[in-house]
Design a binder for this molecule. Structure first.
Ligand code: FDA
Length: 393
């Protein structure tokens, strides 16, 4: 029997947040249409976490998110926690493990997470529409009218769950921002985040270290992370760099402590203990060989430690603890795991994710100006904002 084209809610975007909102609303008895322009749901989930989906982080709290209003995410995150998602995953018998720093991954495959969300949508009688783009949205008399590839559907509630523009080749778009602007809602300037940074000028030489990785403390603005950094043929990557890229602004430096476990005065202590060692051989004890060589060359203190004044060693030590890079850019939306910025949280209710100025219009997930750290935080925001919205539909 053909379904009527009228629903209680239309959700655009069958990604992480959209599937969660649809399942919750459907299971509350709402007639939900979940529509995506892609030919399959949850494509970013499938490629996430190297195919194993880092689906949440045990430590997720509002302090792990960037937003113009850092308190906005608190309400939704408190009402749908990592424990809630773990309970769902457990109910489906999906095996998982903690990799590091509270990051939870599937033992098997990210496909299990997509299958679970689809089963939850099914349990709520959600209708799924794929391969059809929304070409027009009208709003009149309390109803949203959406044109989906020749088909017109209506509902009193419309949810924009179309994510952000990172990785456009996977079908990611800035559609959420277009809808926001169409309804006169403010958008915080979107920029790529969790993205490798590029080096040029004098620092181009570091690209020769491509493939070298080491644990560092990296800082940019107020972001400070202890994780691995990786030199690449274009500049800097690895978890520590991806993390600080979310805080980095064009023209600003990134500081790296290459020896975070060394206490102040360690080089002069080395000089006393091993006077015949060189700076290069001393650095080689703690750092990968090629990196030790490159850093020693740039510090340019030749000869044995015994021949070097304590003051010069103290200066070298400071430089190694706060090596300043000046990235000339990032690898952009093509390589960014997420987009920072998006629909201004000022425009939304933090309880229902509904636009304050447009009754019935909700925004969830990455399209909103809430961006998590690397490590499962972004999916937790997608689940939590999707849940908050699904409860309000
Ligand atoms: P999401 O992008 O999931 O879904 C949006 C949906 O809307 C898509 O299905 C898209 O096709 C659809 N759409 C877009 N425009 C549309 C339009 N105009 N009309 C209709 N549909 C439209 N996070 C994390 O926590 N752990 C991890 O392991 C990873 N790993 C990871 C790896 C890689 C390579 C990337 C790129 C990203 C991650 N992330 C991650 C981030 C995570 O994938 C991201 O934060 C969430 O998928 C965001 O969920 P949303 O539902 O908001 O958007």
């Amino acid at each position: 029997m053909a379904r009527a084209h009228t629903y209680d809610a239309i959700i655009l975007g069958a990604g992480a947040a959209g599937m969660m909102a649809a399942a919750v609303a459907g299971q509350r008895g709402r007639r939900v249409l979940l529509a995506d322009h892609a030919d399959a749901p949850g494509k970013k989930i499938l490629i996430s976490g190297g195919g194993r989906c880092n689906f949440t982080n045990l430590r997720a709290g509002s302090a792990n998110y960037l937003s113009v209003n850092p308190h906005f995410a608190r309400s939704a995150l408190a009402r749908y926690t990592p424990a809630d998602f773990i309970a769902l995953v457990d109910r489906y018998g999906i095996a998982w493990h903690e990799k590091t720093l509270g990051q939870l991954f599937c033992d098997g495959s990210a496909r299990q997470i997509v299958a679970m969300l689809l089963a939850e949508c099914d349990a709520g009688g959600v209708e799924l529409s794929l391969s059809r783009a929304a070409t027009a949205i009208d709003h009149a008399d309390g109803q949203f009218r959406v044109t989906l590839g020749g088909r017109t559907v209506t509902a009193p509630r419309l949810v924009i769950a179309t994510g952000g523009p990172s990785i456009p080749k996977m079908g990611a778009t800035g559609f959420a921002y277009d809808v926001a602007r169409r309804f006169g809602l403010k958008v915080v300037e979107p920029r790529p985040a969790l993205v490798p940074l590029t080096l040029g000028g004098d620092e181009t030489l570091f690209r020769e270290l491509s493939g070298v990785a080491t644990e560092v403390v990296a800082s940019a603005a107020t972001g400070r992370f202890r994780e691995a950094a990786l030199f690449t043929h274009r500049g800097l990557s690895g978890p520590a760099i991806l993390q600080v890229s979310s805080y980095w602004r064009s023209g600003e430096p990134v500081e790296i402590d290459f020896l975070p476990d060394r206490a102040s005065g360690w080089l002069t202590a080395e000089k006393r203990a091993r006077p015949k060692a060189t700076l290069r051989s001393t650095l080689g004890q703690s750092l990968p060989d090629r990196l030790a060589e490159a850093l020693a060359e740039r510090i340019a203190l030749p000869g044995n430690l015994a021949d070097l004044p304590d003051k010069a060693l103290a200066t070298a030590e400071q430089r190694l603890a706060a090596w300043t890079f000046h990235p000339n850019g990032s690898e952009g939306f093509a390589k960014a795991e997420v987009t920072i910025g998006g629909l201004s949280t000022d425009a939304l209710s933090q309880k229902t994710m509904e636009a304050k100025a447009v009754s019935g219009l909700h925004f969830i997930g990455e399209g909103v100006d809430v961006t998590g750290w690397l490590g499962g935080y972004n999916f937790q925001w997608a689940w939590a904002s999707g849940f908050a919205c699904g409860e309000a539909l």
